[in-house]
Design a protein around this ligand. Structure first.
Ligand SMILES: Cc1cc2nc3c(=O)[nH]c(=O)nc-3n(C[C@H](O)[C@H](O)[C@H](O)COP(=O)(O)OP(=O)(O)OC[C@H]3O[C@@H](n4cnc5c(N)ncnc54)[C@H](O)[C@@H]3O)c2cc1C
Length: 477
């Protein structure tokens, strides 16, 4: 239990409003966006400089408290849930954009800057920061780097790691680190910056991020295709990729998701359709027109039920915004939404939709599937009630069997949400015990005392953090 002296020291160093320790203040900070995982921290601090981060860590060290970094808590694998209690270090108040360097095409921002704020700030200077997770209005840049977040534009433009040029922060031993820089090429030593990107807050606290910017696309076409059968949509995606057309966005929603989204945003999506694909091609006007024609031809070949082109930029933006609401729209219709992150090689998409349908029937569940189809990255989402133990067991069996097939096809248990708590039971199945041991040795080298974000990524049989079949993914309170 944190001492009153330590609380007083924290308040003195960080300022009263930046230290929370009353239970009612802590309650909402024991969650992220992953259902069924919650644990109260003992204290939450909001440092505003790297030095304050070190002060807070110093006090946690003296008190023997584990540390959990937190951005906005939109994570979908339980990464910022403080499963061993202790101190949560919230970075969301370090939220200044420090520089937009138009000569080097970079932007530097504190880790707590909201993703969309950075996008908008660089857009004002006619520059483009492509990574756009569905949560971009809320998620932080630090959280994006820690999870190596993808987004709707990942297909053509890649994920967060592809844009990280420099990271600054604090290591578990409370020393400052700085890795990378503004040089576009840099192979001095191991790829430390790349290792930190996607390290899920287990290797270091990121306080400042410099990202690469690119010129914005000059033109864009948005195509919306509806299908009578979701497998045909999957086939369309595979064929578009095989035709060497790389749209910036190729997003899918199944019928359950279409209906929930339509209930939510009311933009006239056809409820009877089995699936829709939202496809955007962008770039220089000439190839954009050619690629849009190519996409259209393939959609006609596979016999999409309907093909529409967005009327104008506003209509295209409405469609993209509707897609971004998919998870929230599904979450409105059930008390618990278990969302997964299964990702397959794109040639396997149609089969994966078939498998999801088969397993939905087999386990008698209600499932809505949406995701970044162009990346082979699907979010089959079970709409359930965590109080119904039988339903939770069936949901767990559904994912278990799905992942068995996904791995057999050479896919991954997480395309973008990370392992955190929710998927640690699956990690060894994908990378083997040998792979897990290598990762543990890396963690040990950075954090020999295991104080930074303990209980995440590695399944160490900790009864407090292992997903329990009978209880869904609940951890202790
Ligand atoms: C509606 C919705 C849509 C989403 N869409 C997408 C999507 O399209 N693509 C995608 O990839 N994800 C998506 N996500 C998941 C989530 O938004 C991302 O993982 C995001 O990057 C998390 O950012 P955050 O600031 O909320 O981090 P948090 O959830 O607070 O933390 C995530 C992890 O990062 C660590 N962390 C946070 N900040 C730091 C820091 N400064 N230094 C070190 N570690 C840190 C935490 O310890 C934790 O392990 C979505 C989530 C929601 C709710």
């Amino acid at each position: 239990m944190i001492s009153t002296t330590a609380i007083a020291h924290l308040k003195e160093k960080l300022g009263d409003p930046n230290v929370l320790h009353e239970k009612e203040d802590l309650l909402t900070l024991g969650y992220d966006s992953t259902p069924g995982v919650h644990h109260l921290p003992e204290v939450v601090v909001y440092p505003q400089t790297a030095e304050q981060v070190i002060w807070a860590m110093e006090i946690a060290h003296r008190e023997g408290l584990p540390l959990t970094p937190r951005g906005s808590g939109t994570g979908l694998s339980g990464g910022s849930v403080p499963v061993r209690g202790g101190m949560v270090i919230g970075l969301s108040r370090m939220n200044r954009i420090l520089e937009i360097d138009e000569e080097n095409l970079t932007a530097t921002a504190e880790a707590g800057v909201v993703t969309l704020d950075l996008f908008n700030a660089v857009a004002e200077k006619d520059l483009f920061y492509p990574p756009d997770p569905g949560s971009q209005k809320i998620s932080t840049l630090g959280g994006n780097v820690a999870e190596n977040a993808g987004g709707l534009r990942g297909l053509k433009y890649g994920v967060t790691r592809d844009y990280v040029m420099q990271l600054k922060g604090v290591l578990p031993d409370r020393s400052l680190f700085c890795t990378g820089g503004k040089s576009v090429k840099d192979v001095a030593g191991y790829g430390f910056k790349d290792l930190m990107s996607g390290s899920e807050g287990t290797l270091g606290l990121i306080t400042e991020v410099t990202v690469k910017l690119i010129p914005p696309p000059q033109d864009k076409r948005t195509i919306l295709a509806y299908f009578d059968d979701i497998r045909t949509a999957g086939e369309a995606v595979s064929r578009i990729i095989a035709a060497k057309i790389i749209p910036s966005t190729m997003e899918i929603m199944d019928q359950a998701t279409i209906n929930c989204v339509e209930d939510y945003v009311k933009i006239g999506l056809p409820r009877r359709m089995a699936a829709l694909l939202l496809i955007e091609v962008d770039g220089h006007p000439a190839p954009v027109a050619e690629e849009a024609d190519g996409v259209r031809a393939i959609l006609e070949q596979v016999k999409a039920a309907e093909i529409h082109v967005a009327r104008d930029a506003a209509h295209a933006a409405d469609l993209a915004a509707a897609r971004r609401t998919a998870l929230s729209a599904l979450a409105r219709v059930s008390s618990t939404t278990l969302l997964e992150d299964a990702t397959v090689p794109r040639s396997r998409l149609a089969e994966t939709f078939g498998e999801i349908e088969r397993l939905t029937q087999k386990y008698g569940l209600k499932v809505g599937t949406f995701g970044h189809a162009g990346d082979g990255n699907l979010h089959p989402t079970v709409l359930c009630d965590e109080r119904d133990h039988d339903e939770m067991k069936r949901a767990h069996d559904f994912y278990n069997e799905l992942y068995e097939q996904v791995l057999a096809w050479g896919g991954t248990v997480s395309g973008e949400h990370g392992i955190g708590l929710a998927k640690k039971a699956y990690l060894a199945r994908q990378i083997g015990e040998g792979g897990v041991q290598v990762m543990k040795r890396i963690k040990q080298a950075f954090d020999p005392e295991g104080i930074l974000n303990p209980g995440k990524i590695f399944d160490e049989g900790d009864p407090c953090t292992v997903p329990h079949v009978e209880e869904g993914f609940r951890v202790s309170h």
